[in-house]
Design a protein around this ligand. Sequence first.
Ligand SMILES: *Cc1c(COP(=O)(O)O)cnc(C)c1O
Ligand SMILES: [Zn+2]
Length: 426
Amino acid sequence: MMEGGGEKGEWRAVANLKGLRCRECGQEYPIGPVYFCEYCFGPLEVDYDYASIRKTISRESIAQGPSTMWRYRDLLPVGEGDPVDLGTGFTPLIKADNLARALGIRRVYLKNDAVNPTYSFKDRVVSVAVTRAIEFGFDTIACASTGNLACSVAAHAAKAGLNCYILIPSDLERGKVVGTAIYHPHLVAVRGNYDEVNRLSTEIAEKYGWAFVNINVRPFYSEGSKSLAYETAEQLGWRAPDHVVVPIGGGSLLTKIRKGFQELEKLGLIDEARTRISGAQPAGCAPVADAFREGRDNLLPVKPRTIAKSLAIGNPADGYYALDTIRRSGGAAAGVTDEEIVQGIELLAATEGIFTEPAGGVTVATARRLAQEGIIGKDELLVLYITGNGLKTIEAVQEAAGEPQVIDPSLSAFDQLHETLLARAS
Ligand SMILES: *Cc1c(COP(=O)(O)O)cnc(C)c1O
Ligand SMILES: [Zn+2]
């Protein structure tokens, strides 16, 4: 197999990779910064040599790896050099008994990816994409982002010493703008929604030849999400959950979580991967959930109107595949209102002490809806993917959270307040 790469190619072809393959027609391509099929325009996906991986990988070999997502590097599409790693992954899987009681489900776990280096799961996909882009010889990294990707790409570019261009919609939360700007990328706010930013970015990628992590490096980028499935299975004692709820933006995360569980089964690391995968979207931007509920195969693009800005993608690149994955796995999908999203954030905070951003609120609210409808079974082992941190998006819950009690710095002032609070509580 020929592999691409420039002068910086201090990496060799690795045995675990076969190449790229078109998801639609099966046409094969050598590993390179290409992302769609020349024959049918279908998206390209990384193809692995599982027979070869099976010979080297084991539960023990994984356990000896680092306490990051890179303990699964045999299943990630990079060469043999050191990855660009900020310490991403191997995030806590938390048994959520209080939330379980509230949902009426016996066993609920939270995969808390809000604690990654830039506070979202996007560090997983970016760590892979930036590592690969350097291997390809790129010196400029870029992305179109709904916010979390911006923070992560800017941080990894800083660490790797790469030029960096970030394009975002101009209405993002301050936490995401400042959380990106602090790394001093070329940060461009576009007067338009994400779908418009993405269209512009595709034109820029073509004209300037930069590595856009979620456009021309997308086949590699998206593979990083599989690590969320690997970690979940390992942390459950090497078994796949019965049911998971996954937020959908572009739809890549959801499809890759299924791929991750299936690969573990194929490699004999878990017995079976029958996990039902359900998709969570905000009602104000729910092209996948709408199609699921209406029994359609085609997705209708929407103009997003939601507080869940990280999921505000009206024309999701992997939407069709996400819908297909949900159906094949026996899962479901729902779109939840902004009010339900805030309630979801508050429920997670009140029951488990975790502050998530609106995407996490969407996931919790969707799980609540599906549990009420009996779609998630009471006895299913359920995992919720909490993909982002609430401190980046305080605008969304400022009102719901309320303000502190203000007093003068005297004990009598405190005594008075204390009595009022006691009276109010009784
Ligand atoms: C990007 C993002 C998602 C959705 O991931 P996709 O692969 O685009 O579907 C979910 N949650 C958060 C916090 C995100 O930033
Ligand atoms: Zn094709």
